[in-house]
Design a protein around this ligand. Structure first.
Ligand code: AMP
Length: 129
């Protein structure tokens, strides 16, 4: 398997056994689950920044976009399919929404487990801070 550079630094601070998102996927920590299948689990963000703020978590402990190898394309592509489903669920398909995958320290990633934010229900500005 190809290995991205991030696997050698940032993610080492968190092993799957101590990963909060692994525990949510396993049902060991409560969360509002919106959708679940064999690859991902979508939940409401605990601290929403907009009326719609969902997180699509990979079910397995993948750290970030730096792990987006050819082998992982089904998972990474699937994040977008599920983002569309979440947008439909929350009725923001037409009004618009944002999908965000913060990556690494400068990208603002605070949980070292792959997740896509789906944010909508209000107008957002650009560029981000
Ligand atoms: P990021 O900064 O991109 O890594 O995003 C992490 C997100 O996880 C933040 O928006 C947090 O509010 C959210 N979060 C952290 N812990 C939980 C939790 N237990 N349940 C739901 N969302 C969480």
């Amino acid at each position: 398997m190809e290995r991205g550079p991030q696997q050698a630094s940032f993610p080492e601070t968190m092993s799957p056994s101590s990963c909060i998102f692994c525990k949510i996927v396993a049902g060991e920590i409560p969360a509002t689950v919106l959708y679940k299948d064999e690859l991902v689990t979508a939940i409401r963000d605990l601290s929403p920044v907009a009326p719609t703020h969902a997180l699509i978590l990979s079910n397995k402990h993948v750290v970030s976009v730096n792990d987006a190898t050819a082998e992982e394309e089904p998972l990474f592509g699937h994040l977008f399919t599920v983002a569309r489903k979440i947008a439909e669920l929350d009725g923001v398909t037409e009004s618009g929404y944002r999908v965000v995958v913060n990556t690494g320290e400068n990208g603002g990633q605070s949980v070292a487990h792959l997740h896509m934010h789906v944010i909508g229900g209000k107008a957002m500005s650009w560029p981000p801070g």
